[in-house]
Design a protein around this ligand. Structure first.
Ligand code: GTP
Ligand code: MG
Length: 171
């Protein structure tokens, strides 16, 4: 028996951490070296197949990380089923910003929202500032799914979205 669901997903995180790059890798399997900072937000969709004949269509809001757009975020996370909060493993301050987004989601978004934490730019290992274990420990304590990703190489990108699709309850 085939089962189909639509999930609203919001991407949050500091500017320049790679939210748009992650979603472009997921949706188009592309990476652009020079890309414009997002203005307002962008909307994209992608479908993933799970085991047991389950199919999930993500409706994705890729929000703008720049401070001046901060007040728009509630509009995008309000009725989201799931969220990906992104930081950059080479910028410790971006993990702190992620923690603030997680707190805000846990207080203001829908009950039961599934939140994934993504430590992006995994290909820049030589510039790493955030140890994997530190982020993993935080994610566990806060009840988040956790992945380190690279939009550049594609490492763990499909895994991140697929794991979120598995965790959001059907119907
Ligand atoms: P805002 O739209 O301003 O919130 O930024 P964003 O989070 O959407 O970041 P964006 O995807 O625009 O990426 C910012 C910069 O980081 C760009 O120059 C990307 O090419 C680069 N970038 C994104 N992901 C990766 C990655 O995984 N590895 C490397 N090396 N660079 C990346
Ligand atoms: Mg962007």
């Amino acid at each position: 028996q085939e089962r189909f669901a639509q999930f609203k997903l919001v991407l949050l995180g500091e500017s320049f951490v790679g939210k748009s790059s992650l979603v472009t890798r997921f949706v188009k399997d592309e990476f652009l070296e020079q890309r414009e900072s997002t203005i307002g937000a962008a909307f994209l969709t992608q479908t993933v197949s799970l085991e047991d004949n389950k199919t999930v269509r993500f409706e994705i809001w890729d929000t703008a990380g720049q401070e001046r757009y901060k007040s728009l975020a509630p509009m995008y996370y309000r009725n989201a089923n799931c969220a990906v909060v992104v930081y950059d493993i080479t910028q410790a301050s971006s993990l702190e910003r992620s923690k603030a987004w997680v707190k805000e989601l846990q207080h203001r978004a829908a009950d039961g929202i599934i939140i994934g934490l993504a430590g992006n730019k995994l290909d820049l290992e030589d510039k790493r500032e955030v140890p994997t274990e530190e982020a993993r420990a935080y994610a566990e304590e806060a009840g988040l799914l956790f992945f380190e990703t690279s939009a550049l190489t594609g490492e763990n990108v499909l895994e991140l979205f697929t794991e979120i699709a598995r965790k959001v309850p059907f119907e």
